[in-house]
Design a protein around this ligand. Structure first.
Ligand SMILES: [Zn+2]
Length: 487
């Protein structure tokens, strides 16, 4: 590997020398296979497992779509190293739970009108099978953002409606507001993702018959009944201003309870833990006025994503005909927007723990589990730190911090843009500061909120029809595999 660092002239000389030596001694080069090398042995054992992985081609009883909002491939790599280092290892060799899923493809995430996508358009692509514009939910590309009148006739049927028609139970779980773009795509049609409560709708939109997203959640029926389980943040979008919420029309938690007298509404961790799943017909939980807390900041008043996942699967598994469930880790994205890699990595590990819980609770012969991201972020990994270097730390070498051409140290993780950018001369990051909870990684372009990236994201899958994830695919293809799996 050292030859990569040689200057071109030295590299040429080296290559010529090698050629010359080989030409004079043609018969002495006879290596034996390195079967005792631990890397070789590990490769062989992975190969054996892969050769025994037969495609499962029977229909799926259940589908769980895991969405790590903003979980770029670089986020996965950094989270893997972070987790390995927390376990006391060098980190690079660690494997996240999601990385054990056998079938993998890459997803092209652009929206019909944007090279760099937003979460409403990407979630819509995944659940409806068609790409659409940024900022719109549950509708095709004919809809103009913000224009209620353009929705009629352009609604797109979702995998959730298809599942409900087959008698399957429905579930949605998110650490973001339940009315936020990704979870909202499971139940709402909206010309604008920001129409989360009644005060956000324009008068003309109300006159044209548009309802806000929270209202659409409570109204969601289509003749099959609504969601059997919905857990997330965003209480304020469902409650009145007089109760600390945002609404001026009516309290939607009360309306939901009236519509589902057998259902249970909960708003804290203890109440969720008290739920007797076998006795509960439906479950609606809203933990926190807005988004739920980052995993790094979460106290016991809120459940973890893994705990919500466990409850959701327990509820849905009671249905004889199976279920369709989306689970979103909504705040990886928010931590990246804030330019704060540590919280993004912590939330990625909480997401991975939820995936582990789902894998443990389901049978791969009957449940299709898909793990993907809706879009990437501009998180960058800079070389050349040695093996085992703290993933949040300064890039080091044997003499101490590696110095950039400005004579200053730098971190392995930086962002392409965001609040960590500095106008003028770059500050010298210190070893203590860069591992702090609130440290903002340095960035090139100053922006108050770091942006999404249009880089492809991963799709990892196991279970029935998971083998259909192959190659580099358009994001809306995810729907088509789910739809095929439910046939
Ligand atoms: Zn975002």
């Amino acid at each position: 590997m050292k030859t990569w660092l040689l200057l071109p002239t030295a590299l040429t000389t080296f290559a010529l020398t090698q050629t010359h030596a080989l030409a004079n001694e043609p018969t002495t080069f006879a290596p034996t296979l390195q079967t005792n090398d631990s890397w070789f042995k590990e490769g062989q054992s992975v190969l054996s497992a892969a050769m025994q992985t037969a495609p499962i081609n029977t229909p799926a009883r259940n589908i769980i779509l895991f969405v790590g909002d903003g979980m770029s491939v670089g986020t996965m790599t950094a989270a893997r190293i972070y987790a390995g280092q927390q376990a006391g290892d060098s980190g690079e060799e660690f494997r996240l739970e999601m990385e054990a899923l056998p079938h993998v493809a890459m997803s092209k995430t652009y929206n019909t009108d944007m090279q760099t996508p937003d979460s409403a358009g990407t979630a819509t692509a995944m659940v409806t099978g068609v790409k659409t514009k940024a900022g719109t939910l549950g509708v095709n590309d004919n809809v103009q953002r913000g224009f209620c009148s353009t929705i009629k006739g352009n609604e797109a049927k979702t995998i959730f409606q298809i599942a409900a028609e087959k008698g399957k139970a429905l579930g949605v779980v998110s650490t973001a507001r339940l009315t936020h773009a990704t979870p909202a795509a499971t139940y709402a049609y909206s010309a604008d993702r920001n129409w989360e409560n009644n005060t956000t709708l324009t008068n003309i939109s109300v006159e044209q018959g548009c309802r806000d997203i929270a209202q659409q959640f409570v109204d969601y029926d289509y003749g099959f009944g609504g969601f059997q389980v919905a857990l997330g943040g965003g209480l304020r979008e469902f409650t009145l201003v007089s109760d600390g919420g945002k609404r001026t029309d009516h309290d939607l938690t009360t309306l939901w309870q009236q519509r589902y007298p057998d259902g249970a509404f909960v708003s804290d961790h203890a109440a969720l833990m008290d739920i007797d799943v076998s006795e509960t017909e439906r479950l609606f939980g809203l933990f926190g006025l807005s988004h739920m807390d980052y995993e790094l900041d979460r106290d016991d008043s809120q459940p973890s994503l893994a705990q919500m996942t466990e409850t959701a699967i327990s509820m849905l598994a009671k249905n004889d005909d199976g279920y369709m469930l989306m689970i979103e880790s909504g705040r990886i994205d928010h931590a990246h927007h804030a330019g704060n890699a540590k919280r993004a990595l912590e939330d990625t590990l909480a997401f991975d723990a939820a995936i582990a819980k789902a894998l443990a609770m389901t049978d791969p012969n009957e449940t299709l589990i898909i793990v993907t991201a809706d879009h990437a972020h501009t998180l960058v990994m800079n070389g050349y730190a040695p093996r085992g270097n703290d993933i949040l730390g300064l890039a080091m070498n044997a003499d101490g911090p590696v110095k950039a051409d400005d004579g200053k140290a730098y971190t392995t993780l930086t962002y392409g843009n965001g609040p960590g950018a500095i106008s003028g001369e770059r500050a010298e990051p210190t070893a203590e500061a860069v591992v702090g909870d609130d440290y903002l990684q340095q960035a090139l372009i100053p922006l108050s909120s770091e942006t999404h990236s249009q880089e492809d994201v991963a799709i990892l899958a196991t279970g029935p029809k998971a083998w259909l994830f192959q190659g580099v695919v358009e994001q809306n293809y995810i729907f088509h595999v789910m739809n095929e799996a439910f046939k």
